[in-house]
Ligand binder design. Structure first.
Ligand SMILES: [Zn+2]
Ligand SMILES: [Zn+2]
Ligand SMILES: [Zn+2]
Length: 227
């Protein structure tokens, strides 16, 4: 049988069994082994050396990390205050720091509602616990919701407001008074009771008013005696 070389077209026509039998016998022959020793191996064109990729430009070195020191509480407070003032000046709600503030107001609608709700809850919780609703630290005075210190401060503020703008002060007082009358409440600020029939205050506060007016009369009398 004539030896056929691989790649001969006639080879494709053998059966599977023949093909495997040939493989067993070591077919196809190693052409290189059949070449005479020392003969130059058939030349294959040498592959062109691939061009080396351009070296990537080096990233600039990172700046040295800034040492992170915690700001002092005073600095932190000042920073918060500045941020708040900036936001307010730009017309941005300082609570969510996102939404525009309502016209002529500081906060956005959602935040002002939430803040008011929180304030009401806090007020109620403090009042129930018998502590001052303003500072939340000292016990409240027996006759009110403020502690001694906060009552004095509130009185001072009220006095200053009254002196600075008497009309606005009087308008506020009248409005609150009217509100209480319309709501059917004792007109003593902070009192939750209904007034006595035909009167504008509850029994307790009518008595308290009498006491106060007697005391002031006495003071006046003493004052005039002193002169
Ligand atoms: Zn907001
Ligand atoms: Zn207080
Ligand atoms: Zn009352």
């Amino acid at each position: 049988m004539a030896r056929r070389l691989p790649g001969d077209a006639s080879q494709r026509a053998v059966s599977r069994a023949t093909y495997h039998a040939r493989l067993e016998r070591g077919w196809p022959p190693d052409l290189a082994a059949t070449l005479p020793v020392g003969a130059p191996r058939p030349d294959r064109p040498k592959p062109e050396p691939r061009p080396r990729p351009e070296p990537r430009p080096k990233a600039p070195p990172l700046p040295a990390p800034v040492p992170q020191t915690k700001p002092s509480p005073q600095d932190a407070r000042l920073a918060r205050k500045l941020l708040r003032e900036t936001l307010v000046a730009c017309g941005v709600c300082p609570v969510c720091e996102t939404n525009p503030a309502r016209p002529n107001r500081t906060r956005c609608a959602g935040c002002s509602r939430r803040v008011a709700e929180y304030g009401r809850e806090l007020h109620e919780a403090r009042r129930r616990a018998g502590i001052c609703v303003r500072c939340g630290k000292n016990p409240a005075r027996d006759d009110g919701v403020f502690c001694e210190t906060c009552r004095e401060r509130a009185n001072d503020e009220q006095r200053r407001h009254r002196l600075a703008d008497p009309e606005a002060h009087n308008a506020g007082v009248r409005a609150r008074y009217q509100q209480r009358v319309l709501a059917g409440m004792c007109t003593w600020l902070g009192c939750k009771r209904a007034p006595e029939t035909g009167r504008r205050m509850c029994r307790t506060h009518l008595d308290r008013m009498t006491e106060l007016s007697l005391a002031s009369q006495a003071r006046r009398k003493r004052g005039s005696l002193d002169d």
